[in-house]
Design a binder for this molecule. Structure first.
Ligand code: PLP
Length: 391
């Protein structure tokens, strides 16, 4: 019997090939240094864990409202008021089982069969697959390294067609670490309003910025609210990826449709995780500062180490915990001809796992995560350098 055409239309994670190599080596007892992680290596702060314990002790273990408990939606609203001066009402917010889930529900809510969705490349791996699943038509906007892969209003304008329903914007960006400046986002929002397209605005890495660079949220722009669909998550900011809590904010019409979809699929996310997230948002935010200081040190070390490897160049990312080095000279000067082949050889010969740029729609690059210890970073940089110098 055949499987559904819809399910067959998407691919499994493109990083699978390298992960399989890693798994084979690990199975043989060979240690591989992993620069692949897309999640913080920090533990969830104690105050958040205590709030979850309390929820269990108090038997807060039943189904909740499908859109998430009002206490948490209010905490999200307060967070957006505090951070961005934004004004949302409880029926303009929904809590989902992770940002990825919020995103998919939003796509299902707004995309009509054949609607075009623009995705700036390099992109996070799940965007194209979710658009396909929702029945949309993909169109990529090729961004360039010259301006650190930042989407501009003019590039977006050139890419629009009469069939464009939405554009996905991710800032700070996974995998490039780029942050779109406020002035550019204001112009992009103005264009979206004029052309009547939605902006799906993924700000999951909002708190992870460096060197005084500040993330600008489209939620700050009251006049753009009609077209702005915000996605956020506690996975990266509060080191809570396994708790599976994300949220979406937008016009009531869209959010109530997301709520309807969610009520018949997953229902509300885990009740205990919701209580923990109330504490994450309302409690002390000191943890973030400490985490950022460590990330910044690791980033600085890694950027300098990468730049000392022949054939590799890279800029210093302003946000996230990823570095996206350019390997085009390395590919030109060796008989390795793709980022996937280089990643495979790095695993097999240097015992270092990285993610090929092709997974994110950009050949000629690698993605390295610094969400791991400085010791692992130092050793993997040493191994990468030795491997490349020996080619
Ligand atoms: N958006 C981006 C750009 C991400 O990198 C991720 C996770 O890696 C997510 C959204 C989803 O995060 P979660 O589902 O853990 O909230």
């Amino acid at each position: 019997m055949n499987l559904s055409r819809r399910a067959n239309s998407i691919t499994t994670s493109p990083t699978m090939a390298v992960l399989e190599e890693v798994a084979k080596l690990k199975d043989k007892g060979i240690e591989v240094l992993d620069l692949g992680p897309g999640q913080p290596d920090f533990h969830t702060p104690d105050n958040i864990k205590l709030a979850a314990n309390k929820a269990i002790e108090e038997d807060f273990t039943r189904y909740t409202e499908p859109s998430g408990i009002l206490e948490l939606r209010k905490a999200v609203i307060e967070k957006y008021r505090r951070d961005f001066g934004a004004q949302y009402k409880p029926n303009e917010v929904i809590i989902s089982s992770g940002g990825k889930h919020s995103l998919f529900n939003l796509m299902l809510a707004i995309i009509e069969e054949g609607d075009e969705v623009l995705i700036p490349a390099p992109y996070w791996v799940s965007y194209p697959q979710q658009v396909i699943l929702a029945g949309g038509k993909l169109r990529y906007i090729e961004l360039q390294e010259e301006n650190q892969f930042v989407l501009t209003r003019d590039i977006l304008d050139e890419s629009l067609s009469t069939n464009t329903k939405a554009v996905i914007i991710n800032t700070p960006c996974n995998p490039t670490g780029s942050v779109i400046p406020e002035e550019e986002l204001e112009k992009i929002a103005e264009l979206a309003l004029k052309k009547r397209i939605y902006i799906i605005f993924d700000e999951c890495y909002e708190k992870l910025t460096y060197d005084g660079v500040k993330h600008f949220s489209l939620a700050s722009l009251q006049e753009a609210k009609k077209v702005t669909l915000i996605i956020n998550s506690v996975s990266k900011t509060y080191a809570m990826p396994g708790w599976r809590i994300g949220f979406a904010l937008g016009p009531e019409k869209v959010i109530s449709t997301v709520a309807k979809l969610q009520s018949h699929t997953t229902s509300a996310p885990c009740s205990i995780s919701q209580k923990a997230t109330v504490e994450a948002l309302n409690g002390s935010q000191d943890f973030i500062k400490d985490m950022l200081a460590q990330y910044a040190r690791r980033r600085d070390y890694m950027v300098e180490a990468l730049k000392s490897i022949p054939g590799i160049s890279c800029y210093k990312p302003q946000g996230t915990f990823y570095i996206f080095p350019n390997i085009t000279h390395l590919l030109e000067s060796t008989n390795i001809n793709s980022s996937e082949e280089l990643s495979r050889q790095l695993v097999n010969h240097a015992r270092v796992a990285v993610v090929p740029g092709s997974s994110f729609g950009k050949e000629g690059y690698l993605r390295l995560s610094f969400a791991t210890s400085i010791e692992v970073i130092k050793e993997s940089m040493k191994r990468m350098k030795e491997f490349v110098e020996g080619l």
